[in-house]
Design a protein around this ligand. Sequence first.
Ligand code: ADP
Ligand code: MG
Length: 403
Amino acid sequence: MAIRTLETLGDLAGRTVLIRCDFNVPLEDGRITDEGRIVASLPTLRALLEQGAKVVAMSHLGRPKGAPEERYSLAPVAARLGELLGQEVAFATDTVGEDAQRVRIALQDGQLALLENLRFDPRETSKDAGERAELAAELAAGADVFVSDGFGVVHREQASVFEVAQALPSAAGLLVAKELEVLSRLTESPERPYAVVLGGSKVSDKLGVIEHLLPRVDRLVIGGGMLFTFLKALGHDVASSLLEEDQVERVLGYMKQAEELGVQLLLPTDVVVAESFSADAAHETVAADAIGGSRFGAKGIGLDIGPDSAAAFAEAIRTSRTVFWNGPMGVFEMPAFAHGTKAVAQALTEVDGLAVVGGGDSAAAVRGLGFDDAAFGHISTGGGASLEFLEGARLPGLEVLGW
Ligand code: ADP
Ligand code: MG
């Protein structure tokens, strides 16, 4: 079924629109280090404001534990949003309390307000549907309609995503609609060869994805933190590299399945091993089966794929017609270990077909390494959400919008 779009909400002039955005941006000392998610939210916000709606935006940031924590305040986002939109953004210092009330009441047509971090309220992510519904009702109070535009959270059954969409007439924003349009092209008869490139540090999360993707792809490329679990499964010593020992069996199963399905599984043949997890650590490149034999011995930590692997991965990517990439190939935040990620990003820009980047850190890596967003077919604002979508999972935040 088609998702309900903004037009289904009718004329929004003078009406109060509650919108869920994903402003979960990386912060360093209160400074936004990658504003990609804010920029991606602008088209919908502008569309609503230009119609003369009173817009109340909400988002989470980071992982506060259900209580206010200064370092997770959305105040810096409100300030930046105001600069980008060229208009003032009223900021409520709470989510559904007195200040949120004050800000809402003062809002005029064509004005925007941002509520404080949703996750300062434990009901947002509560396992209890009743508690979530209660928060949703408080958020919905005084609003006429709800717009869901936080693609990064549509896989979550949370108050501001799921219950609130049931409490008000609701529709998807432009960002969610665009994400769906592009990601659907990956699931509905992708042009072949179709390659999926996985890396990053959330190893067990992403291993689950492999199972679902194996029957659909032609090439599966593995880098980042999860590669060591594969090397271990092959019987290699990975010294002190990131490893999920209890996943080794599972990974062996995937390797066997890949072979049976005729999926080309690309693992690194060389790895950059460092003495410690730090930007200026001594390091050397060794064969993937010789990590334990590096000059750092058992202390050695694999922090990037090596140059041979980077070249092979780039070739596999460049010669594919559809590519989805999630998760950096190494600890790209440290320049000495960013080469693999850079090579993969570069190869994605050279794909003759559709190349999609998904994942918060992957998107930040691409921008941080100096690539232009426009060089890619699409940079998804959702990591987990885009992966679950590709797996064909049921996404509550989309289902509730008629998808
Ligand atoms: P995304 O947000 O794109 O989905 P993840 O959150 O899974 O990606 O992972 C991103 C993190 O993975 C980065 O901070 C990066 O430093 C880390 N990473 C990549 N390779 C390694 C590695 N070999 N060892 C430890 N961490 C790694
Ligand atoms: Mg991440």
